[in-house]
Design a protein around this ligand. Structure first.
Ligand code: SAH
Ligand code: SF4
Ligand code: F3S
Length: 443
């Protein structure tokens, strides 16, 4: 009897992996596999991995270890690793983990069905981590028009050429390529036609979109064209690199009504000395100048940031500069990370003698300061009436809907499901750490 084969997929890391995982699901479905929610039911278990910090990488080994007993019990089970750890470790993963069958890199997602067949048929362990040339990558650029959610991600570029000294991403994702603007715009139009109201344009550094393609639109020009597409009511983009945030792009925040008033603009450090060691390509002052311009053209704009604590050689004075920059900008939220040396990066070779306890203490001070700022934002919201794009039913309970403000804050409130997809006014009544509770305003 024909038995449908089942796969289980776990995804770690950033939006790039989320997009690749959608592709994996699609490809495996087309080759006769059905997705299941429990790894114990699967004939194929795949992990799409992240290696941006050591902790993320160790998590992968932890998870794989947990699947070993399943493999022991069922030798026909196929266990595979894709994504950034696969790209970084390649052959070493197969050497370290004798029960692993398959390793596929960040440029090889399209080969997955073929590789799985090979493992199935010949019980041969497979490794595929070659980077592809630009032409092939452009042809394989993910198209994502299935599904019906209100908010959608559209990939506009892949890879990164910035080589910030601490970062593994350029090593595991390869060179930066921009997808032709015609394709991006077609995809947004198709998404609008199936009911999408908000699109987020994504890439590791969307601000440099098109720069290396003669005749291509700049990112600001692309935004203006997306803005003109009927049906799309909100636009976001991520991630921005401060060095490539042009005046033209800043002006978009004053000009384009549909562009949400939130920008994730990772600063990483407030110290010029550390920024230089990080090879970030901007100074504290030039960053702050861009923030001033943003607030000038769009007084309501709110910023979020990534900050690395304890970069090699970070002194108490350097760290104090980071805290003072935070006080000056007043971020809505900061994603902070303790520095983690990554193999093959420049920073991994720098003298790094900061005691772990000191790193942790700085990290805790940074969190405490940010919590003060975040709390001020959260509490200032209470009593306000905000425009919320309703995305769907909330996870909290029956009859409750969930949506976001222009600042990307989650608002839960009671309401009818026919509001899904609409932008409506909601009065904010209570603040929680990760969301607000609101009540519907009768229009
Ligand atoms: N392309 C994006 C995101 C890169 S990874 C950008 O340029 O902002 C997300 C965040 O992880 C980075 O912004 C950085 O703060 C953090 N990060 C990257 N490498 C790291 C490392 N080696 N140690 C600690 N944090 C790191
Ligand atoms: Fe990493 Fe820098 Fe590229 Fe971001 S811009 S992905 S931090 S190298
Ligand atoms: Fe992680 Fe790879 Fe993204 S390292 S952050 S999943 S590009």
């Amino acid at each position: 009897m024909f038995m449908e084969k089942r796969f289980y997929l776990e995804t770690f890391g950033c939006q790039m992996n989320v997009v690749d995982s959608e592709r994996i699901v699609d490809l495996l479905r087309k080759s006769g596999y059905r997705q299941v929610d429990d790894s114990a039911d699967a004939d194929l278990i795949l992990l799409n991995t992240c290696s941006v910090r050591d902790k993320a990488e160790r998590k992968v080994y932890g998870h794989l270890g947990r699947y070993k007993p399943l493999k022991d019990a069922n030798p026909a089970l196929i266990l595979g690793v894709g994504g950034c750890v696969a790209q970084q470790e390649g052959e070493r993963l197969l050497e370290k983990l004798p029960y692993l069958d398959l390793v596929f890199g960040t440029h090889n997602v399209h080969k997955l069905p073929e590789l799985v067949k090979k493992v199935e048929g010949q019980r041969e362990r497979c490794l595929e981590t070659d980077f592809l040339d630009k032409e092939t990558r452009l042809q394989l650029f993910p198209q994502r028009t299935e599904g019906d959610s209100v908010t959608r991600f559209v990939t506009v570029m892949q890879g990164c050429d910035n080589f910030c000294s601490y970062c593994i991403v350029p090593h595991v994702r390869g060179r930066e390529i921009s997808r032709p603007s015609g394709e991006v715009l077609d995809e947004v139009r198709e998404l609008a036609a199936v009911g999408a109201k908000e699109v987020t344009l994504i890439g590791q550094n969307v601000n440099s979109y098109g720069c290396k393609e003669p005749g291509e639109l700049s990112f600001a020009q692309l935004l203006r064209q997306v803005h003109a597409i009927e049906g799309i009511e909100r636009i976001r983009f991520t991630t921005s690199h401060p060095k490539d945030l042009s005046d033209d792009l800043i002006d978009c925040f004053g000009e384009l009504e549909k562009l949400c008033k939130h920008l994730h603009l990772p600063v990483q450090s407030g110290s010029n000395r550390i920024l230089e060691l990080m090879a970030r390509g901007y100074t504290r002052d030039s960053y702050l100048e861009k923030v001033r311009r943003l607030k000038n053209v769009c007084p309501d704009i709110r910023l979020t940031s990534d900050i690395i604590v304890g970069f090699p050689g970070e002194s108490e004075e350097d760290f104090a500069e980071t805290l003072s920059l935070m006080a000056e900008v007043k971020y809505l939220d900061v994603y902070s990370f303790i520095y983690s040396p990554r193999p093959g990066t420049k920073a991994a070779e720098m003298i790094d003698d900061l005691p772990a306890a000191q790193r942790q203490a700085r990290f805790d001070r940074l969190l405490a300061l940010q919590e003060e700022h975040s709390q001020q934002f959260r509490e200032a919201e209470i009593g306000k009436v905000l425009q919320v794009l309703v995305e769907g039913q909330s996870r909290q309970g029956e009859g409750q809907l969930s949506g976001r403000t222009t600042w990307n804050r989650i608002i839960n409130f009671d309401g009818d499901t026919d509001l899904i997809g609409k932008i409506i006014p909601v009065r904010i009544v209570k603040a929680f750490r990760n969301s607000h509770l609101g009540t519907l305003i009768n229009q």
